[in-house]
Design a protein. Sequence first.
Length: 81
Amino acid sequence: MATHASSNDYHPGDMDIHEQVYTWTMFKRFSKWASLVLGVGVLFLVLWFCTHTGFIGSALTAVVLLAIGIAVLRERKGAAH
């Protein structure tokens, strides 16, 4: 016997995915900024403890990397995705 389609059947393209899109967008943003923070932290610690750069040199290098990272990673208004 053939079964009849009910209103609960899945129909491709009919589902509202706004929340999934928002969640994915926020995950990408968090991942991007968390990667920058981790990279700056690792650079700072490696330069401070594994070289003769010292605290001030390590901090200045980390701040420069942070500034460059913020300039590159920030969202631009009107940018096409």
